[in-house]
Design a protein around this ligand. Structure first.
Ligand SMILES: Nc1nc2c(c(=O)[nH]1)N[C@H]1C(S)=C(S)[C@@H](COP(=O)(O)OP(=O)(O)OC[C@H]3O[C@@H](n4cnc5c(=O)[nH]c(N)nc54)[C@H](O)[C@@H]3O)O[C@H]1N2
Ligand SMILES: Nc1nc2c(c(=O)[nH]1)N[C@H]1C(S)=C(S)[C@@H](COP(=O)(O)OP(=O)(O)OC[C@H]3O[C@@H](n4cnc5c(=O)[nH]c(N)nc54)[C@H](O)[C@@H]3O)O[C@H]1N2
Ligand SMILES: [Mo]
Length: 684
């Protein structure tokens, strides 16, 4: 027997972590632990893209983990739904009752049970690992996870064949960077580091965003177009590339298919028409086209902000065509990055075990229409009424569109709702059971990134707090109670993590180094080689056709009568110090954000008698949202910016921006059109 010396009292050790949040940066973290408690969280200085820096939010992750409002024991509802009154119960009581309730529903039709989850953690183990196995084995409804990126994701797949693009690091060498539909400083900070390096080396930065963001402030130019007109702008740029022959004919010929069809469409978009639709000056269109047509290498950092409108998918396809037209891909610092997630060799079949469905083909529920779907009755088209929801890694009552309907759905007395959470969110308030989940400091996971090309490990730094359990363990225990005896339900988190990348990225290498860089070509499409069947960029894609500008669901052009009553377009981009609805309850971050705000241009404010700093009522036919008015030129005329997804209960009069958004979907990807929303504003 070997004896191990006890560590000296108060010794510290450092554990490798990965930020779990839904953000392109997926930072490598170093977690310092003392006496079983995390005392410090830092960005890993050795990780190439983290470079030792974390954002304000995650630098405070310990504050989140040790928050005195953490849910640390299973809770059973005693009050009315939404009231938030619960009593503590044991794990056995909670899990026995949940298994019995779900089992009884499944005996009639398991499709009446719906999992509801998104990217509260992006981990492959605590995300759709054991959870997906559980729901597949059960035969529950499938969930179409569309709430964030599926319009752009489908668009990239149509054009390039997968969600792939430039390496983050190479932006530092670009001479021109278009930051398109992204507030990088707020939501993609580690990209901004590379953009800054390029700027110092003489590159021009252009921001394309209806809002004058902090990122726009620091770019050389800002094109404040109307929301939902990016497709028109891309067509207008193409018009100028054609007219001035700034095209790379050789690249187009060898590495694209369908250009003549799009070329004809683009010829109908001279700068004047483009400017009229986009709300820009024709010279802004001309000068951007000249810069893009004549500067090498030119890169586009497209991001998901611009695809949350009806035509978001077509717009992404149009923008994604631009680097092919000018041959920007020839250089490693040219091309486009929307997402890098498609580069990762994730073994989804092993993680999620769809084969456990057998011959069953359950219906699919779109998470973006959960408001309507919870209120639907049985019907041949819809299938059974939803009788049970199991929510994890998501806060739908705050984040899903058209919350008046979402709330009504969650308030149904005949709905059985289980929520796995860290906190009593708006969604947890509506649960029958709230089950305490571990945070990233308390569980093992492995991660990919959608903004860089490194796989990462997250080791458990400390033991779970209270009675919290990892999501994986909660589903493992539910599976056991329902008698699921396939060997995959007995696998440990480490066994699941070891399957995540198959043989491509070894778990032991992740454990040893903390991260592993994917082996990819430097300039992936310098000589074509897109992951499509032909290896070409599909400008005309079978089943998708040729992209075109698609007007918003709600706008002056498409719905003039509605626009007469609700003349302002509202976008609702993230608040810098929150991560969607996460961190709203971390006091230090909430105090930086202050209160829910609506930015209104001075001209629009004057026309309505709005006063800076006063409460306003923002409304349309769907609902009302109260917040503080900030009169500011960050808003363009005709557009108001409702910042951040506040918890309803921490907002004004229990409301947040999603009171106003609708459930109509995007052209591709079946996604919500959060930023395609007409409203009116009045003093309150
Ligand atoms: N601090 C912080 N970081 C985050 C998040 C957060 O909530 N807070 N959220 C994370 C998540 S889930 C995601 S998906 C990513 C999102 O990250 P990005 O896709 O980079 O999007 P955002 O920074 O949210 O930027 C959206 C920007 O798009 C602009 N915009 C709105 N409508 C349009 C339009 O029609 N056209 C154009 N061109 N621009 C438009 C908005 O004004 C806003 O500045 O960020 C992640 N990072
Ligand atoms: N109006 C408007 N609405 C929007 C957006 C917008 O820009 N405007 N953005 C949309 C976008 S891009 C997105 S991605 C969605 C985001 O929607 P969600 O994915 O629902 O994101 P969050 O609001 O951050 O909620 C995640 C929840 O998961 C919990 N969580 C975190 N880690 C774990 C874990 O390990 N286990 C368990 N059980 N729970 C965990 C957190 O405590 C948090 O409450 O919102 C969308 N909604
Ligand atoms: Mo997102």
């Amino acid at each position: 027997m070997t004896s191990v010396a006890a560590p000296p009292a108060h010794a510290t050790h450092v554990v490798r972590g990965a930020c779990p949040h839904d953000c392109p940066d997926t930072c490598a973290m170093r977690i310092t632990v003392q006496d079983g408690r995390v005392i410090k969280i830092q960005g890993d200085a050795d990780h190439p893209t983290t470079q030792g820096a974390l954002c304000t939010k995650v630098a405070r992750y310990a504050e989140r983990t040790y928050h005195d409002e953490r849910v640390l024991h299973p809770q059973r509802r005693v009050g009315a739904k939404g009231e938030g009154r619960f009593e503590r119960v044991s794990w056995d009581v909670a899990l026995d009752d949940i298994a019995e309730r779900l089992g009884a529903i499944a005996a009639r039709d398991a499709q009446a049970i719906v999992p509801y989850s998104y990217a509260g953690t992006m981990g492959l183990v605590q995300g759709e690992g054991m959870a997906a196995r559980f729901f597949h084995r059960l035969g529950a409804s499938l969930l179409d996870r569309t709430i964030c990126s599926s319009a752009g994701g489908e668009a990239l797949t149509a054009s390039y064949g997968a969600k792939v693009g430039m390496h983050l690091e190479h932006f530092a060498e670009s001479r021109l960077i278009l930051i398109w539909g992204s507030n990088s400083i707020a939501s993609n900070l580690h990209f901004w580091t590379y953009a800054q390096a390029a700027k110092r080396a003489g590159a021009t930065l252009v921001c394309i965003d209806p809002r004058r963001t902090e990122t726009a402030d620091k770019c050389h130019q800002h094109l404040a177009l109307r929301p939902g007109t990016d497709g028109a702008l891309a067509l207008g740029l193409m018009h100028e590339l054609i007219a001035n022959d700034w095209l790379d004919h050789d690249y187009i010929l060898r590495h694209t298919e369908g250009w003549p069809l799009l070329r004809d469409k683009a010829l109908a978009w001279p700068p004047e028409r483009t400017a009229e639709v986009c709300g820009l000056d024709p010279n802004e269109v001309r000068s951007l086209a000249r810069d893009y047509g004549t500067t090498r290498p030119a890169a586009i950092r497209l991001n998901y902000g611009m695809q949350r409108v009806r035509g978001g998918g077509n717009a992404v396809r149009l923008v994604a065509t631009l680097p092919c037209l000018v041959g920007a891909w020839r250089h490693r610092a040219g091309g486009l990055l929307l997402s890098s997630s498609g580069w990762f060799p994730v073994d989804t079949a092993a993680l999620q075990r769809r084969d456990l469905l057998g011959a069953r083909r359950p219906r699919t529920i779109n998470m973006s229409t959960i408001g309507d779907d919870l209120l639907r009755a049985d019907s041949p088209e819809f299938g059974p009424r939803i009788e049970a929801l199991v929510v994890y890694n998501s806060n739908p009552v705050a984040v899903a569109p058209e919350s008046p309907k979402v709330v009504r759905g969650f308030e149904r007395d005949d709905l059985f709702t289980v929520v796995l959470e860290h906190f009593m969110t708006d969604t947890a308030d509506h649960a029958d059971y709230v089950l305490p989940a571990t945070t990233q400091l308390e569980h093992l996971d492995v991660h990919i990134s959608y903004g860089h090309t490194y796989a990462l490990i997250n080791e458990a730094a400390v033991a779970p707090l209270g009675e919290a359990l990892p999501n994986s363990e909660i589903f493992r225990r539910m599976a056991a109670r329902l008698g699921f005896d396939e060997p995959c339900f007995a696998e440990t988190d480490e066994q699941i993590a070891r399957q995540a990348f198959g043989a491509h990225i070894g778990f032991d290498a992740l454990r040893e180094h903390g991260w592993v860089k994917l082996a990819l070509p430097d300039a992936p499409f310098a000589d074509g080689g897109f992951p499509t069947p032909s290896g070409k960029c599909r400008i005309d894609a079978p089943g998708w056709g040729v992209p075109d500008h698609v007007a918003n669901h709600e706008s002056r052009e498409s719905t003039p009568a509605l626009a007469a009553r609700f003349p302002l377009a509202m976008i609702s981009p993230p608040a810098r110090n929150f991560l969607n609805s996460s961190f709203v309850n971390v006091k230090s971050l909430r105090s930086i954000e202050g209160e829910p705000l609506l930015e209104v241009h001075p001209v629009d404010a004057a026309a309505r008698g709005l006063v800076d700093g006063r409460l306003v009522r923002v409304f349309n036919d769907r609902g009302e949202y109260w917040c503080k008015c900030q009169i500011s030129e960050r808003a363009r005329p005709g557009v108001v910016n409702g910042l951040g997804i506040w918890w309803r209960k921490l907002g004004v009069r229990g409301s947040n921006v999603n009171e106003l958004t609708h459930q109509r979907l995007t052209d591709l990807g079946r996604a919500p059109s959060f930023y395609d929303c007409l409203v009116e504003v009045a003093p309150s």
